[in-house]
Design a protein. Sequence first.
Lengths: 404, 229, 370
Amino acid sequence: MLQSAIEFLKANPLLLALIKILLVFVVIAGIVAYLVYMERKVLAFMQARLGPMRVGPWGLLQPVADGIKLLLKEDIIPAGADEYVFLLAPAISVAAAFTVFSAIPFAGNFYVTDINIGLLFVLAVSSLGIYGIILGGWSSNSHYPLLGALRSSAQLVSYEVAAGMALVGVLLISNSLSMVEIVRRQLAMGVWNVFLQPLALVIYVIAAVAETNRNPFDLPEAESELTAGFHTEYSGFRFALYFLAEYTNMVVVACIAITMFFGGWLRPFASVRALDVLKFSPILAFLAGAGFVLWLGLKSRLSLERYFFVLLAAVFIVLGILVAYPPVLDAIQGIFWFGAKVLAFLYAFIWCRATFPRYRYDQLMNVGWRWMIPLALGNVVVTAVIRYLVSSHGAAHPLAWLVR
Amino acid sequence: MTDEKQEPPKAAEGAGTPVEKPAPESGGATTPAKPIGAAPPKPPAAGATKPSVAVAKPPIKPEPWSSPLLDELLGRFPGAITEAVIFRKLPSLNLAKEHLVAICQFLKSPEGGAYTLLTDQTAVDYPQRAKRFDIIYHLYSFRRNDRLRLRVQVGEGETVPSVTSVWLTANWLEREVYDMFGVAYEGHPDLKRILMPDGWVGHPLRKDYDILKQDEAWVKTNLGIESAQ
Amino acid sequence: MPEATFLDASELLINMGPQHPATHGVLRVKLKLDGERVLGTECIIGYLHRGVEKIAENRTYQQFAPYVDRMDYCAAVTNGMGYVETVEKLLAVEIPPRAQYTRMILAELQRIASHLIWLGTHALDLGAMTPVFYTFREREEILKIFEKYCGARLTTHAFRIGGLQYDLYDGFEKEVVKFCDYFLPKVDEYEQLLTQNRIWINRTRNVGVLSGEDAIAYGVTGPMLRGSGVKWDIRKAQPYEAYDQVDFEVPIGEHGDTYDRYIVRMQEMRQSVRIIRQCVERLAPGPIFGKVGKVIKPPAGEVYHSIEAPKGELGYYLVSDGSVNPYRVRVRPPSLINLQALDKMAQGHLVADIVAIIGTIDIVLGEVDR
């Protein structure tokens, strides 16, 4: 049965692609929704409080409640606003954010597509999201959202440049724009790009935080500032779409950073046979998850909630056991490591938000143009020089001894 | 000994003019003042102190103040200072308003004691007097670690020269005096109400400020009915 | 700002309305901007004016004491301390040492609590959203001590004219010392989050600079004056209670910018802990009330007394006519006078700095408007 299904899908590549797209879309949408929950929880725990607790056990149904609330809200369009553009703008943001996922490899054998100019595609499409912001601010027909939108977009554009430059360094090492190829190169070289391009990683991560309008770069949309953000006039589901777009962007930049610098779906020390034992990590992860759920959940007052959490922990343990079946273990290695790394990145984003004060707008632009971009350019130059000296052509160069 | 201060208690009226000496009440007379940190207070004798106690009681009314600074001021500005007293260790000078700014400038200067900090400026309303308002200035000198009070007495409708040219602090403080008492200042850069709303009628801290009358008038004009207050 | 200059077309007038998350109360600030640069500000206050000084004329001295708590509602204990000390000065009554040391302990605890609110809200305005939760958690401990002592957390009416109403409860000293031990490492934690943080430094260095001379000219007092380099603290210069018996330092800043004022206030919190510890050691059994009768009729006269409140010099000018009601009570509000310097400090800065500058002045509108 499975065989015939696979044959059928192989015969209809378009159908296969459609199924993959749907799967990615649904999973990512679910992840983004629960990313909001995770952010609220993690922020709360860092701030000595609990976060959402009421809706569902430990607030787990909070995203559902928020979604329903936003859907049921009155759809307000400001007077004098350009209606079509007003409706279109958040859609552009969301569409751009989700489209990027089509080129990102989640595992060695699972990606929607592998374009040979993957990186270029990803950068280009994520830049399209900026239109959503500008159009949203402009179509609101109000002068504070417009100013906020212009500021946001200026910030995003500046940091796009820095991010792109940083990634050029990675390109120079990997010899290819294809995302899958970049990861394969890291496997072949036996070392993740982060060790070869640390400066590029730092620049990219800072640019990524700025790209997604997160603290410490969230002045354009901070509540205590005078000019409100571009999404002031949006309410209800359209606001939800902007919100969704912002968090999806977070996941996008995390995925890109992982793929470029941290070996994508590769496990740590992927080429070291001795550490093959690490492939049992998914089992450990599920068991640890069960332990964590039990520890947190058993603190709950309601017995119903406690039963729920025991059940959840049991599910995790069952999954852990299922995963221990070798073919399954091998199959999920890629997606497991990719997911773990993305999760770590997202946690770091939230951690940043809890910790840092906010940059003032001119300081933000200062950092982008006077520090990030020159450093990124410098990185490119240095990388190129070193690459030349390391390669066979350059081995004869008098300065080659520098890189021996 | 200061027994003569312990006359038989006069009946104390509430509404005497502020400069009248009140009678010490029986039961809980004010203790002899001693510097902080001295021996614990002796048990109070009802209505009288022991004649053998050789400590100065706190003065109940202001005493005349003399100091080199005062002499300097009297020398430079003859006729400007009408009274100089000290009470509870804070000297007060009564000034004539014409010399106010000049005296303040002198006091602020190093020769005059370097009273560079205008701590506070306020007013008190004594409606029984002809010059009903007492404009009070509290100054502080960092160099001498010393406070000084200046007082200018003005009547209704009179203006007082502004000292914003001497101390910038005076800006809002004078606005508040204007707002609360209705005393106008000449030479103030921006004299308008500060605490009350802009269109307010009346000056709240005056003793004859009748909020009820104002409320009745407002209700009558705006609501067209009689106030039920 | 004179009205005429608002007619210039290249300038923008923006209103930071009475309702704004960052103005710490009902403060209205009119900003005159040239693009992003602030050319001038105008504060409009009075939204919280309750006529406290007028009310005082119709209350007896003791009846008025709870009203003063409501002015600087973040630091009610020090408000009350200033008032009762002023009346005591007029009465020339001596307070027994036990009462003095207790007052000092509670006042310094209140100073810490007030600075904690300042720190939390200032950091929050600048985008650091975590310290506010930590500072309020520490403040909770102080408020618990206040509640155990006098029954109220915020508007405490802790002191009476002549001494204290309540003696210390069992375990007060132990709890206070426990709080001191618990609190000092927390200050280090806050410093760890903010003091060396590049972003914090960028937002606060050279923002809202007020030179020492300007500070004195504007009558600014308290941590703002000390941040500008003037080493003046009323607890040292004109000691009241038993402040001359305890050992503490007065931190000062150098440049008079927001960062220096931040450092000054953080150090003040540490010095307050030091004072509290010394006072706890010196607490000895004894009376808690001086020789003041039930009916307080001070001699006719006027007196001015001021204390070092957390926000600055809090002064009371009391005129008595010999009756049971004060003839005039004037409160010298540190927040109002410090706020006057906003115009000077804000000139030439960007709009986003206004929030930082208002935060660093540390105003409480209850005190500004009374």
